[in-house]
Design a protein around this ligand. Sequence first.
Ligand code: HEC
Length: 111
Amino acid sequence: MKRLIIVFMAAAIFITQVGISLAMLDGNPRQGRFLFRQECRPCHMENPQREPAGEYLGPDAKRQAEWNEVFENVQALPCYEHWEVSEELLIHIHTYLHQGAADSPTPERCG
Ligand code: HEC
């Protein structure tokens, strides 16, 4: 009986996690693109316009799973403190980058 409860709890936690990660990607990709170009691109382009400059980043710079990793732990990014994007808008940037990822059906370059 105890074991059954543990299995049930584990399943419940798993289902919740999956639910959260799916729910995370219902942002608006057009708004995400706008925010990305405004907030991220100045440092992440071939001819950076802001310091400290990072490498080129656009949807096609990473695979979908890699973008998920980035957004699961955004605080760990070296540039996080430079961001001026509020937490609730990150979902849009995540959705935009995920949709155009290198292994997505529609890879997109941010040019
Ligand atoms: C003030 C400049 C600046 C801004 C603004 C900025 N970054 Fe960065 N970012 C950097 C630098 C510098 C690094 C470290 C060098 C590198 O890895 O490109 C970095 C690293 C990263 C990395 C890790 C690089 C990799 O290949 O895994 C990611 C992902 C990232 N930034 C995403 C973003 C996102 C998303 C935004 C916008 C919300 C953003 N950055 C805004 C400067 C910036």
